[in-house]
Ligand binder design. Sequence first.
Ligand code: AHG
Ligand code: MN
Ligand code: MN
Length: 294
Amino acid sequence: MKTLQEYLIASHAPEDLGKIIMLIADQAGPIRSAFISNQNYAGSTNSSGEDQAEMDTWADARITSVLQESGLVRAVASEEQEDIVQMSPSAKYSVVMDPLDGSSLIKVNLSVGTIVGIYEGDVLQAGNQLRAAFYMLYGPMTTLTISLGNGVSIFAMNKDGTYILLKENVRIPEGTLCGSGGLRPEWTEKHIRYMNEIECEGGKNRYSGSFVADFHQILEYGGVYAYPATKKSASGKLRLVFEINPIGFLAAQAGGAVSNGESSTLDIVPTKVHQRTPVYVGSKGMIAKIEAIR
Ligand code: AHG
Ligand code: MN
Ligand code: MN
């Protein structure tokens, strides 16, 4: 049974990159344990104006301090922090993260996760420059889905806290699951046409409100997750740097695609750390379909 550590060695991951991945991966245990005593909202808002859950700030503080102490990280950009946190200037890698994705589902015990991307150099780079991307999903199992730019593998944590390989060379099939955020009355004409087309072709609606969990089912079964441009927000809701780039990178590595509805979001060089973009991510055919609608 291959462990995550063995996979990193076999994939020739540079030493510091491997250490950073393991340090963050090892926070899944403490994060899971913290859910029970952090069930409420923190009473604060983040840079996107959203109410922070206690777990948002807990997970953010935990991962940030572990990375700071490691001396291995140049900078961290987190969904829960206004500005980029500068750490060790001579370090090679920078980390982008959504410490707790899907936080409105904490109270109802549905699956949530942690999304991470790692760049060489600074944080504001196009997603196609990622050196590694992964997410931990806190479901019935704790799983870690990772790519170092050479395909996608999924690990599951055993009772000793070791990640064991579940699946390698993961490929997104051309499936029919679909889930879209945004209120229906605020959808654009283009998005309405798209969703109608998919549903008429047998698309099955599955949307939980946790990007990481919703994407994970698309990765396995195929289909599309969308958070579109709406009449109220031309740039949608999800954040390019912490959410869309790492997940989009994983989708592309699994033979799928990610788009803002017109072209790949992986080519966008971010100018602001909290910038948003509409997103469609999943099976290649599903993404081609939205890009074909004018
Ligand atoms: P976060 O919990 O990190 O703020 O992310 C929430 C995101 C994403 O996980 C999810 O798909 C989407 O927002 C849900 O938004 P709606 O409640 O508007 O559906
Ligand atoms: Mn999120
Ligand atoms: Mn979050």
